[in-house]
Design a protein around this ligand. Sequence first.
Ligand code: ADP
Ligand code: MG
Length: 165
Amino acid sequence: MFFEREVDILKVVIWKKAAMEFITESAAQTQALAKELMEKLSSREHSGALVVALTGELGAGKTTFVQGLAEALGLEERVLSPTFVIMKHFDLSASEHFDDFYHVDCYRLTGPEDLGELGFEKILKNPKNLVVIEWPEIAKTVLPIDTVWLKLEHLGEDKRKIMLD
Ligand code: ADP
Ligand code: MG
């Protein structure tokens, strides 16, 4: 298929939901990729919250990626792994596209109903919310159909493959 040179490839890929993969060679590169992706996704139409699901084993770079997203949104607070809290909320009033950011870690969930208790359904309905989920597999059934799925893979000490579904 032919695309004009000016067309931003990443944007096209997101629209068409075609798979795409990137290799990064440092945490900083993964964060830069996250930033770029955030810029494309922010302007995309979404009826409810924008949901980004990050899969990949421990140390793959999920939290590192989230730090890049947060930085792109002007969040000054440092994002850490929320493993012990399931869901952490950040104020995004500095961002033009979102009001609130929820960093979710499903590692310790026993099922998607655990999220219900945290008011997750309501969070998903608001298009001004950005929801980024680590270990999202267990919550798959409650995530919106237009969830952006990213898979991070450990290739070497500082090398990671990041796949966009
Ligand atoms: P996860 O949340 O998937 O368990 P983290 O982001 O917490 O992973 O940890 C990834 C670790 O790997 C960090 O210490 C980070 O600095 C390091 N790292 C090295 N190279 C990369 C890379 N290319 N991308 C992301 N993280 C990297
Ligand atoms: Mg993590």
